[in-house]
Ligand binder design. Structure first.
Ligand SMILES: [Fe+2]
Ligand SMILES: [Fe+2]
Length: 403
């Protein structure tokens, strides 16, 4: 089935350029074009649109206004903002209604992959009834403001850690949370980090950016009140799994990029639990009742009762947000079969870091302990390697970490 994408820009030249650029996609995509916000809304009323890519600065109804309307009236259309560097103010206003930002000029590969990945995110979730509940009933959380600013800065190439640190420092609440976290035992840093700029220099931009993302995700679900599981426990589990993934990646001497993916994937591997809990509370309650009554595994009972797992739901959100495909795949498969044979990477590390945390820290006594499957052990070259990882993780000394 063809996907429909609507592009909105008041400059005809830009639309012409996009049309020309995306000609190779014409078998797969139906492309629609509008010169203004009102025209875009007319098109939306007459067509089912999978994704909208809107300019920010337009006379009359501007980008943020348009995307806000789309969010309210067509919540399952994926919303992209396309903006120039000079439109920072407009970007700030559109933070809430936008799933992802693209910067002008946007090259073909980037545009195609960003759109494909976001639209494919839906395919990751096998049960469409649940997916509709998650995507429609309430709006999905959107990427945090600071995260988007950092991404925009990264897109310019050769970002300076100091500048990135400055962006983080402007969000006082977020900075305080980050500093608290990076100075905790999860990071095991030899000296105290006093400022976000220093955190970026010591830990790297990607690590700081993913810490921001997980803090934000957990904060957006704090409203849940009563939930089927403990949020602070899940937070502790996620942070420890992240720290373990970092240790394993270091032990394996993984390239920096793949090590970062492993860390980000581990930090966010269970976000699907939050989404399911927020949107399908009754179903979740039944799942956790069964898990506790018969000491079973969450993913297994989810699969049985809901026809999907939190792993797929989490991957859906991360895919929509445009996180790197390696991260999305690692999250999608963290309870599933081994990834196709190849280099050791984020998918294996996230899977085993999660198991190790359950094994070492007894995440919840009512859940069944997950033993590593022979198939997944084969995927990393046998149980000896798992034993080495376990040993590396045990030297981390995180026992005293308060949750
Ligand atoms: Fe999980
Ligand atoms: Fe987990």
């Amino acid at each position: 089935m063809k996907r429909t994408i609507l592009f909105v820009d008041d400059e005809p030249n830009i639309l012409m350029g996009i049309k020309r650029m995306l000609r190779p996609m014409r078998d797969k995509w139906e492309l629609l074009f509008a010169n203004s916000g009102p025209e875009a809304l007319e098109i939306m009323a007459a067509n089912r649109v999978d994704a909208i890519v809107s300019d920010m600065r337009m006379p009359g109804m501007d980008g943020p206004q348009l995307l806000r309307r789309i969010m309210q009236e067509y919540p399952d259309t994926i919303r992209f903002a396309l903006s120039g560097y000079s439109d920072q103010e407009m970007v700030n206003q559109s933070i809430a209604p936008t799933h992802q930002y693209l910067t002008k000029p946007c090259d073909e590969t980037l545009l195609v992959s960003a759109l494909e990945q976001a639209m494919n995110a839906r395919e990751l979730v096998p049960n469409k009834t649940i997916l509709d509940k998650i995507a429609r009933v309430e709006h999905l959380p959107v990427l945090p403001d600071v995260y988007n600013r950092i991404t925009a800065e990264l897109a310019k190439g050769e970002p300076s850690p100091r500048l990135i640190g400055d962006i983080v420092a402007r969000d006082v609440g977020m900075s305080a949370n980050i500093l608290k976290l990076v100075n905790s035992a999860y990071f095991g840093l030899p000296r105290h980090i006093a400022a976000p700029q220093q955190a970026v220099i010591v830990l790297g931009i990607n690590v700081v950016r993913s810490v921001i993302l997980s803090l934000h995700v957990f904060q957006s679900f704090e409203f849940m009140g009563r939930s089927s599981f403990s949020l602070p426990m899940l937070w502790g589990h996620s942070m420890r799994t992240g720290a373990m993934a970092r240790t394993i990646a270091q032990h394996e001497d993984l390239p920096k990029e793949e090590a970062d993916y492993a860390y980000i994937g581990a930090l966010l591997h269970d976000v699907g639990k939050l989404l399911l809990e927020a949107h399908c509370q009754e179903e979740c309650q039944r799942v956790y009742d069964e898990v506790r009554a018969h000491n079973r595994r969450v993913a297994e009972v989810e699969q049985e009762q809901l026809g999907l797992t939190h792993a797929e739901v989490g991957a859906y959100l991360l895919g929509l947000w445009g996180l790197p495909p390696s991260v999305v795949q690692a999250v999608a498969g963290h309870h599933g079969a081994a990834p196709p044979p190849g280099e050791l990477g984020a998918a294996d590390i996230v899977h085993f870091a999660n198991l190790l945390d359950h094994e070492i820290f007894v995440f919840n006594e009512h859940y069944a302990k997950a033993e590593p499957s022979p198939e997944r052990l084969d995927g990393i070259g046998g149980p000896e390697r798992y034993a080495q990882w376990r040993q590396a993780v045990l030297t981390m000394n995180m026992e005293t970490e308060p949750q």
